[in-house]
Design a binder for this molecule. Structure first.
Ligand code: NAP
Length: 337
C-alpha cells in the first residue's frame, strides 16, 4: 500500500506557500520548507493551483539538492496554469475566488481530460524541477469548487484523468493516484466504480477533530475495504484548530470558534495542545496513512512535530466523548493502546 512508501505519518502541505491569505516572503517560505526537512518530514504535497504555480516552484527550490529517493512528492491535476496573465483580484483563479490573490497572476483553467492530465503533470515536473511525482491527486472535483456541476466535471475526470493516471501507474511512471478534495461524496462515488482502482486520496478538512461525522460513517470503512489510503489534509480546518482564524478558507463563524474554545479548554486542563489532539485524532483512524498540516512560518514545524509525539492522557479523550465533541464511533488514539 501507499503508506509503505511514506517514512513517517507526518507530511507537509504547501497550500499556504502559494501565498494563501498573505504575501509570504520568499525567504520565509523556503525557511519553512527547510524546517520541515530538518525535522525529518519526507512527504510533501503541492498543487498547480497553489498560487498558480508558486508553491510548486518554491517546493522545487527547497528540495533541489536533496536525493530524489529520499522523499515522497504528490501534486494534483485538474488546473492548467497558462502563460497568460490576468488580474487575480477579479477572482477567477481556477474558480477558487480570490484565495490566491497574492500568488502568481497566471490565468488558470479547469480541465480533467486525459490530455490536460498529461500536460498538467509535465508542467508540474518543470516547476518542481524533478523527474517524477509519486502520487497524483485529481484536484477539487467536488461540490465546493463546482456546485451541482461537479458531477459533469467528475464524469470528465472518470473518462479522462482516471484512465490516464491508471495507465501511468501501470507503466510505473507514478506510484499511485486518487482524488484530492474537501468533500466526502466524490471519493465515495469513486470507490463505488468498478473500473476505478485508486491507491490513495487526500481528504481535506473532513476528518478533523471539528468535522468527521460524515467521513466516519461510510468513507473510512470503504477506504479500508478497498485498500485505498487516506491522507488527511487540513487537519486544523485551515487554521482555526491551531490558533488561527480561518475555517474552510474563510473567517471562522462564531459557532466554530465556540466549539474550538470548548475543545481548547479541555486541552488546557489536560496540559496538552489542541494541535496534538487534532493531529493524533486524524491519525487514529485505520484508513489514514498520513496527516499533512500546512504552514507558512518555520516555527510551526516544531509545534507540529511536538504535537505528534505528545502523550495525551486517556482522560482527555474520555472528556471529549462525554461532552460529545467527538463522535462516539470515532477511533481514538488511546483505544489503540
Ligand atoms: N482539495 C485538496 O486536495 C486540498 C484541500 C485543502 C488542503 N489540502 C492539502 O492539505 C494541506 C493542509 O491544509 P491547509 O494548509 O489548508 O490547512 P491546515 O493544515 O488545517 O492549517 C494550516 C494553517 O494553520 C495555521 N497554523 C498552524 N499553526 C498555527 C498557530 N500556532 N497559530 C495560528 N495559526 C496556525 C497555519 O498558519 P501559517 O500560514 O501562519 O503558518 C496555516 O495557514 C494543504 O497545504 C494542502 O497540501 C488539499
Amino acid at each position: 500500500m501507499i503508506r509503505d512508501l511514506l517514512q513517517g505519518k507526518l507530511g507537509f502541505g504547501t497550500a499556504p506557500l502559494g501565498n494563501l491569505y498573505r504575501d509570504v516572503p520568499e525567504k520565509e517560505a523556503i525557511a519553512t520548507l527547510d524546517a520541515a526537512w530538518e525535522s525529518g518530514i519526507r512527504y510533501f504535497d503541492t498543487a498547480p493551483l497553489y498560487g498558480a504555480g508558486l508553491a510548486e516552484k518554491r517546493l522545487g527550490e527547497a528540495l533541489s539538492g536533496k536525493k530524489r529517493d529520499d522523499y515522497v512528492l504528490s501534486t494534483k491535476i485538474g488546473r492548467i496554469i497558462l502563460d497568460v496573465m490576468e488580474d487575480s483580484s477579479a477572482g477567477n483563479q481556477g474558480n477558487k475566488g480570490k484565495l490566491y490573490e497574492y500568488g502568481y497572476k497566471n490565468k488558470i483553467i479547469n480541465d480533467y481530460s486525459a490530455d490536460a492530465t498529461l500536460r498538467s503533470i509535465e508542467d508540474s515536473l518543470k516547476r518542481l524541477n524533478t523527474d517524477r511525482i509519486d502520487f497524483v491527486y485529481i484536484h477539487d472535483v467536488a461540490q465546493d469548487a463546482y456546485g451541482d456541476e461537479w458531477i459533469s466535471q467528475f464524469e470528465t475526470a472518470r473518462t479522462g484523468a482516471f484512465r490516464t493516471l491508471t495507465r501511468l501507474r501501470e507503466e510505473g511512471v507514478i506510484k499511485g493516484w486518487g482524488l484530492g478534495v474537501n468533500r466526502v461524496e466524490p471519493i465515495e462515488v469513486m470507490l463505488e466504480l468498478e473500473e476505478a482502482k485508486p491507491d490513495v486520496s487526500l481528504l481535506a478538512g473532513r476528518y478533523s477533530l471539528l468535522d468527521h461525522e460524515h467521513a466516519l460513517q461510510r468513507l473510512m470503512p470503504a477506504a479500508v475495504k478497498n485498500k485505498m489510503d487516506i491522507v488527511v489534509g487540513g487537519p486544523y480546518n485551515s487554521g482555526v484548530l491551531a490558533g488561527g482564524t480561518h475555517f474552510e478558507y474563510q473567517k471562522a463563524s462564531p459557532e466554530v470558534l465556540n466549539k474550538v474554545e470548548k475543545i481548547k479548554n479541555i486541552a488546557d486542563r489536560h496540559h496538552i495542545s489542541i494541535k496534538a489532539a487534532a493531529l493524533q485524532f486524524s491519525l487514529a483512524n485505520p484508513a489514514v496513512a498520513a496527516v499533512i498540516p500546512g504552514a507558512s512560518r518555520p516555527e510551526r514545524i516544531a509545534e507540529d512535530t511536538a504535537a505528534l509525539h505528545t502523550v495525551i492522557p486517556a482522560s482527555f479523550w474520555e472528556e471529549m466523548r462525554e461532552q460529545k465533541l467527538v463522535s462516539p464511533y470515532a477511533p481514538l488514539p488511546y483505544d489503540q493502546k
